[in-house]
Design a protein around this ligand. Structure first.
Ligand code: AMP
Ligand code: MG
Length: 467
């Protein structure tokens, strides 16, 4: 069959990308194809086509591969030139649900590769598949994985590993860092063109606002605040919330060293390179505001031609981010706690639960709130929980047990299960990967082997970037 590609990014935004073809995979082998997603996108493709097209072995008809330019603050320091160093945007598909990018990741070097090899390994690409599918199953905005194809190449990391390409589907790959790339060069016309493209693509309702750029900023802030609140609800730690990894669409993007927290600790960090805990669990809402400040900086000339006035406008907006996030978070916590309606004490109830559950498994605690006997063994200091539970029962009322079972997943991609699946896949056995994938796609179903936290002896769990 074929894919009806369109290329609005390349058309609207000349000078923001380079045309470059993916490397042809020598011996591609399809490891995972997301058939439900393919169907949602209206892609009627065979496995042979997926294998060739999503590995770079052959270009699908109509593809016009490009590498996009972007910059980014990485761990607080600005890199004026990052860009797609190992990714190729094939084009966009227009579906009844909107326009989506199809991008290959791990598909070879580009002029943005710097020292990198442009490649990716089987393990990390299957990892992105698993975790993004879970996010999607939980209704959290995310890029999706369409396929993972082993290339037949070996790549060098700490050791030799089988190479793979991920075909990724995203509402777009516009990042905060895309705006920064051009703002840092003083190319205001390009920043304006990016903003117009973002509005047309992600926030069409704002097209009439005059001027629309402040409304765009507010809309991005609203979506990112909601996104981070959802992450916090799931105990998700992105691990590398650099500005180049924050999508203008409000989707979760660039699953690198991310992981789900088991024992609740505000300072939880998994990434091997996050020595300062910049992207620790409880810091993520602060980083949200920090990253949005970087976005606002790029838009200053569009907010107001008078610099001082523009800064005043931006500061006024940024001052509201913390409250906006907090409101989203309280909403997430109401849902997780099975609370109906809104009461003034809800925020304190949520805050006090966090204080009482330190060290307890994040996911299981919410599942077991209504079952004190099951909760007791997993909470290290039960005395505070014992004081908190009657308050929660009084507020939650009848039917709370059913509501928490519908709001809180039984199955998450637990670190030890993910590692088990990826090690097996790297060694050639995909059965554990597919079993875990099936379970995380139905996260409210109690699938026995996937529910419990890692056994003692697993860990401390460390994740890696750029793999
Ligand atoms: P990430 O850590 O995946 O968000 O990537 C940060 C930057 O490094 C981006 O510009 C990537 O394109 C680039 N990069 C990551 N891994 C590689 C690689 N293996 N080869 C070339 N560039 C890479
Ligand atoms: Mg990235």
């Amino acid at each position: 069959m074929s894919i009806a590609f369109d290329h609005s990014y390349a058309r609207d935004l000349p000078g923001t990308y380079l045309r470059v073809a993916p490397d042809p995979a020598p011996a591609p082998r399809l490891l995972a194809l997301n058939t439900p997603l393919a169907a949602e996108l209206g892609l009627d493709i065979t496995e042979a086509e997926a294998t060739a097209w999503f590995s770079g072995a052959a270009l699908p008809p109509g593809a016009d591969p490009i590498a996009q330019a972007y910059a980014g603050h990485q761990f607080g320091g600005f890199s004026p030139q990052l860009g797609d160093g190992r990714a190729h945007l094939l084009g966009e598909v227009v579906t009844p649900r909107g326009r989506f990018d199809i991008q290959l990741k791990g598909s070879g070097r580009t002029p943005f590769s710097r020292g990198g090899d442009g490649k990716a390994a089987v393990g990390p690409m299957l990892r992105e598949f698993l975790i993004s599918e879970f996010m999607s199953a939980m209704g959290v905005p995310t890029t999706r994985a369409l396929a993972v194809v082993a290339t037949g190449e070996e790549i060098w990391r700490e050791t030799k590993l089988p190479g793979a390409v991920l075909a990724r589907v995203a509402a777009s790959h516009l990042r905060v860092g895309t705006f920064q790339f051009f703002a840092a060069r003083g190319e205001t016309a390009k920043v304006r063109a990016l903003a117009d493209h973002a509005i047309a693509r992600h926030y069409p309702d704002l097209a009439g606002a005059e001027p629309p750029y402040l409304a765009l900023f507010d809309a991005v802030a609203a979506r990112q605040a909601r996104l981070i609140a959802e992450w916090m609800g799931l105990g998700f730690i992105h691990g590398v919330m650099n500005t180049d990894n924050m999508a203008i669409s409000g989707e979760t993007i660039d699953y690198g060293p991310c992981a789900f927290m088991e024992a609740y600790a505000p300072g939880a960090v998994f990434s091997s390179i996050d020595h300062q805990g910049r992207y620790a669990y409880a810091n993520q809402p602060l980083i949200l505001g920090w990253n949005l400040a970087r976005l606002a900086e790029t838009l200053l000339p569009l907010f107001d031609p008078v610099p001082d006035r523009a800064v005043e406008i931006a500061n006024d907006r940024l001052a509201g981010i913390a409250d906006r996030y907090r409101a989203e978070w309280i909403g997430v916590m109401r849902r997780k706690l099975g609370l109906v309606g809104e009461e003034p004490g809800d925020a304190a109830l949520a805050d006090d639960l966090l204080a009482a559950m330190e060290g307890a498994d994040w996911t299981l605690t919410f599942r077991r709130l209504a079952d004190e006997a099951a909760l007791r063994p997993i909470v290290p200091d039960f005395s505070r929980m014992e004081a908190w539970l009657p308050r929660w029962r009084a507020r939650a009322g009848d039917g709370a047990e059913g509501r928490i079972a519908r709001a809180n997943p039984a199955v998450i991609p637990r670190n030890h299960k993910v590692e088990e699946a990826l090690s097996a896949a790297t060694a050639g056995d995909l059965a554990p990967f597919h079993a875990l994938l099936a379970a995380i796609r139905q996260p409210f179903v109690e699938a026995e082997p996937f529910i419990l936290p890692a056994p003692t002896g697993f860990g401390p769990y460390v994740t890696f970037c750029g793999t």
